[in-house]
Design a protein around this ligand. Structure first.
Ligand code: 5RP
Length: 262
């Protein structure tokens, strides 16, 4: 039954499954967005159903909210929860210092607010997301619709003075129309190739009028759980310096894979 998932989905699933085991009853948990986070939400839903796990989820997008409710997780807003024990989310890239690029799914604004309002952020990712230097994945920047072309021009000019390989900026599309975020804004994707100084980039991007939030997560992630296509999972905690490796397999994986893949 484990064969019902592709190696890429197996990697995402095992990372998500391992993270779901770190959630305890009574916790307020930020629920990320994307295909890896969707595995997490399903794993948590299984624990709610089978073990009576009692958690309160704060979703980072409308689609995660819908999925969480569907699998039986109690959902509240961040304003209702105020502060969270833990956020678990995916990423588009992570480096050795656990700095991230997020926003491939267009949800990084809510994701950053929710992760920042949490005691701990765990990122779940397949091994392809690991990079030496951030920037091969286009960096998403959420911008207001008002004056968006001017914002784009200002960003292009700003990039000229920074340590990057490329400086093209493209509006994200959804078919023929501009992509619209859950907050009603748009996204500009920055094709940088390589970001020499991600900390500086994260700060200066948000100085440009019209920019709402960029997809760089600096010093926010505490733990990275990396999944591999063969079912191996590595857990690395940046605060303790500990790394643990294991394999999620056998009967447990067979049972869960069967239901999650549906
Ligand atoms: C959404 C995100 C996602 O976490 C990121 O795009 C990774 O997605 P996936 O797990 O589908 O690869 O930042 O805004």
């Amino acid at each position: 039954m484990t064969n019902s998932l592709s190696p890429s989905d197996t990697a995402k699933f095992v990372a998500a499954k391992r993270a779901s085991e770190m959630v305890q009853s009574g916790m307020k948990v930020g629920l990320g967005t994307g295909s890896t986070a969707a595995f997490l939400v399903k794993c948590l839903g299984e624990r709610v159903r089978d073990e009576g796990l009692q958690i309160t989820g704060v979703p980072t997008s409308n689609r995660t909210a819908d999925l969480a409710r569907e699998v039986g997780i109690k959902v509240v807003t961040l304003d209702q929860a105020r502060w969270l024990d833990l956020t678990i989310d995916g990423a588009d890239e992570y480096d050795a210092e656990l700095n991230l690029i997020k926003g491939g799914g267009g949800a990084h604004l809510q994701e950053k607010i929710v992760a920042t309002a949490s005691d701990k952020m765990i990122v779940i990712a397949d091994v392809t997301k690991k990079v030496d230097t951030l920037g091969a994945f286009p960096l998403p920047v959420e911008v207001l619709a008002f004056g968006m072309k001017t914002t784009q021009m200002l960003l292009e000019e700003m990039l000229d003075g920074l340590d990057v390989m490329g400086n093209s900026v493209t509006p994200r599309m959804a078919g023929d129309a501009l992509f619209v975020t859950d907050e009603g804004n748009h996204i500009l994707d920055l094709h940088l190739g390589r970001i020499g100084n991600a900390r500086q980039m994260a700060l200066v991007l948000n100085q440009v009028p019209g920019v709402v939030e960029n997809g760089l997560f600096i010093d926010i992630c505490d733990v990275i759980i990396t999944g591999h296509g063969d079912g191996t999972v590595e857990v690395r905690d940046i605060n303790t310096g500990e790394t643990e490796t294991g394999v999620l397999g056998g009967e447990m994986a067979d049972n869960v894979f069967g239901e999650i893949a549906d």
